[in-house]
Structure formats: C-alpha cells, structure tokens
Ligand binder design. Structure first.
Ligand code: FNR
Length: 344
C-alpha cells in the first residue's frame, strides 16, 4: 500500500518524462557567445574544478533534487546516487517530508548515502517545515547541505497543494540554527532580484534560482487535476536566463546555482558566463535514466562533462572564474526584459 504522497512521487517522475521535450526553448538560445578564434590554450591547461563554500567540486555541476518516497523512486535514488558517485558530482534527493511523516519510507532516501559514502549529498524539504524536521532530513542522509524549496506556483496548481505561503521567518529559523549550509531553491519558476534580496536579508547565503525552460511543474500538476483546468499557467515564471540577469541587480551576491532547462554543456557554459557558480540538472538526467539504463546514463554524463571542458577551451577559459569574462550578446527579447526591469 502506498500513501497518497508516495503515489504523487511516482506521478511526478512519470509526468516529468511525459512532458520532457528534447528541443524545448529553454531561454539559452537568446544568449550568444562571441566566438574567439584564438583561445591560446590547450585542453590540458583547462581546470574544471571549483570551490563553493567549503565544497570542492570536480565540475560546477550537480544532480538536482528529484525524488524518493516510494519504492519506484527509491530505485531512482539508488541509480542517481551511483551516477553521482561515478561522476563525483553533488546530488540532492527529492523532498523528504514524506519520510518525516512516514518514517518507513526513509530507506528510499538513505539508499543514496549508502551508495555514496563520501560524496556531497544534499537534503531537501519545503519552506514550512520545523527545525526538528529539517534536522531529521539532514540526519536521514547525513547531508552536507540542505535545500529548502519554495514552490508557490507548483502548490497553487497541485490539487492537494498548500494554500499558505508564509515561509520567510521559518527559513530564517532554519538558516540560523542549522549546522549545514542552506540553499533556498525554486522548482522551475525562477527568482527575481527582489526575492533573493529578501532571502539574503533573512540570512540565506545560497540560492538555486531554478528557472523556467525545462521541467514545468505547472503543467505536471495541472495534469493531476481532475478537470485539468489550470493549463493556462503552463510557462509561468522567469526563465533561468532571466533569473540570472535579475541577479545582476543585487548589491550582495549569494552563491548562485542555476537549474531549470539545463540540457547541454553549452547551456551550462552560458549559465556560468551569466554569473552562476554552479548549474544543476534534473529532468535531463531523469530522461536519460528512464530511457536508457545506468551504464548508458553514466557514459552520457561523462561525455557531457568532457564536452563541458572542451567548451571551456573553446571560449578561452582556463579556470571556471574566467568564464565570467567571456563576452555574450542577447537577443531582443532579453534586451527588452533587461530594459523593462532596469537591469544594466
Ligand atoms: C523535481 N524538482 C524538485 N525540487 C525540489 O526542490 N524538491 C523536489 O522534491 C523535487 N521533485 C522533482 C521531481 C521531478 C521528477 C523533477 C523532474 C524535478 C525540481 C528540480 O529540482 C528542478 O528545480 C526543476 O526540475 C528544474 O530543473 P530541470 O528539470 O529543468 O533540469
């Protein structure tokens, strides 16, 4: 017998894959890197490693929060954590609130830590949970950090979703009292400078702007509604690129993770040029796992990372920090967005 929450986890996975689109417009098409014909570097000169806070990463890339909470999604966390171990990338598990309520489901999350004893593992839960619940989520996977997701748009369309979005003071409680770093993340709707400023003022030091352009939870939750009557909210939110432009407005810069529609190494390079410290992929990784198997997905991700390094060479970036100096131009839609939002 699976609970309603547990069943929802399975539906999210199957619907994310159902709505997956290879050639979706993810917003990165509006950013063009200016080609330089003389990089004056060799691949052996290029270093992909980066340090974020106290974490050393082999690439500025992570596997994003997706799942756990049902037998099927426990198997996915099993595979995702093996993928994380094989590539050395950090990995977040999906929302653990289901396992706080139903502790017998904890194993569908803790399997990730069992498989990857020394990797960077990130816990995940919503913005309304207590300090005790957050500590339990961290303990469940011996997490190195906690993601707090803020997902008002998703909850709005979710038939059984929350209807109370008072999160800031609770986020302050969690950020102030936990021993591990806290990352506040969206789930594919993007963040404005105003949102991130409020988070910074409440003590948050890292955000995952998770923008529109990939997995669309307005679409997924609408499909779960009996009448499917909120289809009009599909495509709600800011793209990942727009969210990154928003971050230029900030006077205090947090750690910025960019997820939402990252599919190719070129998307990742563009996100880092636009100011992200790290990128995250959810739907794209899930798609490969669901369509193929773990060995093929591991090979795909290793090839992806090798190509990422080649693109660093192509744009003349010897170190990750050099990417922020690579020139780009924006299409007229993005220029108009920046103008109207007063972004320089
Ligand atoms: C997610 N995402 C997510 N995020 C989160 O903070 N907690 C969660 O439990 C989940 N669950 C979840 C399930 C599935 C099946 C997917 C595909 C995604 C959101 C995810 O971390 C990310 O923010 C968005 O999916 C945008 O990234 P992509 O998918 O476009 O790469």
């Amino acid at each position: 017998m699976t609970s309603k929450q547990s069943h929802r986890k399975d539906e999210h996975v199957s619907l994310a894959e159902k709505f997956y689109q290879q050639d979706t417009q993810n917003g990165f098409d509006g950013v063009r890197i200016i080609h330089e014909s003389l990089p004056e570097l060799a691949l052996s000169d290029v270093a992909t490693q980066t340090q974020i806070g106290s974490f050393h990463l082999p690439y500025p890339v992570m596997i994003e929060a997706m799942t756990g909470g049902s037998p099927q999604t426990g198997r996915l966390n099993d595979q995702l954590s093996r993928l994380a171990k094989a590539t050395g990338l950090p990995m977040a598990v999906g929302s653990q609130s289901v396992a706080i309520r139903e502790p017998e489901l904890s194993a569908t999350f803790s399997i990730a830590r069992q498989n990857n004893a020394t990797g960077i593992m990130i816990a995940n839960m919503g913005g309304n949970h207590s300090l005790a619940a957050a500590k339990a989520a961290i303990d469940m996977i011996q997490a190195n950090a906690l993601q707090i997701h803020i997902n008002a748009a998703q909850e709005t369309v979710m038939p059984e979703g929350d209807r109370d979005f008072h999160w800031l003071s609770n986020i302050n409680q969690l950020t102030t009292n936990l021993d591990v770093p806290v990352i506040v993340k969206e789930v594919g709707f993007g963040m404005t400078a105003e949102t991130v400023t409020k988070l910074i003022e409440t003590g948050v030091k890292a955000v995952d702007i998770s923008g529109r352009g990939g997995t669309d939870f307005a679409k997924i939750e609408n499909f779960r509604r009996p009448n499917k009557d909120m289809a009009y909210l599909a495509d709600w939110g800011l793209t990942t690129v727009e969210s990154l432009l928003e971050m230029r407005q900030l006077s205090t810069r947090p750690v910025i993770i960019a997820s939402g529609g990252i599919k190719t190494p070129l998307d990742a390079i563009k996100a880092l040029i636009l100011g992200a410290d790290c990128v995250g992929m959810a739907g794209e990784v899930l798609h490969h796992l669901v369509q193929t198997d773990l060995p093929s997905t591991t090979q795909w991700l290793q090839d992806w990372l090798a190509q990422f390094k080649q693109l660093m060479l192509l744009v003349g970036a010897q170190r990750i920090a050099d990417l922020q100096r690579v020139p780009v131009v924006f299409d007229s839609t993005l220029v108009s967005y920046a103008d109207q939002r007063g972004i320089q």
